[in-house]
Write a protein of this length. Structure first.
Length: 94
């Protein structure tokens, strides 16, 4: 298995409360990030501790990634961490 580190840093001018409110609404991700093609969080509408999210991404017009995210720690407006499994696996944090 190959290991890699993916870091994505975004700078926002909006208040953090507004940013987190937007990020927590999973169904909006395809309108926020151009590479997100589809997300499914099941019956839930927003992220929370224990959420399970299925994601489809397309990168560079030819690379399609399918993975699932499980939220393992959750503190809105400050920190969220998750496990990722699928076409790649690992951990992430916001």
């Amino acid at each position: 298995m190959k290991y890699f580190n993916f870091t994505d840093r975004d700078n926002f001018s909006s208040p953090k409360e507004k940013i987190w409110a937007t990020v927590l609404h999973v169904q909006a991700w395809p309108t926020l990030w151009k590479h997100v093609v589809k997300v499914d969080i099941g019956p839930a509408q927003e992220l929370s501790l224990g959420s399970h999210v299925r994601c489809d991404f397309t990168l560079f017009y030819f690379m399609h990634l399918h993975f699932e995210i499980d939220i393992i720690s959750f503190n809105p407006e400050s920190f969220t961490s998750f496990h990722i499994q699928g076409d790649f696996a690992g951990q992430g944090k916001w």
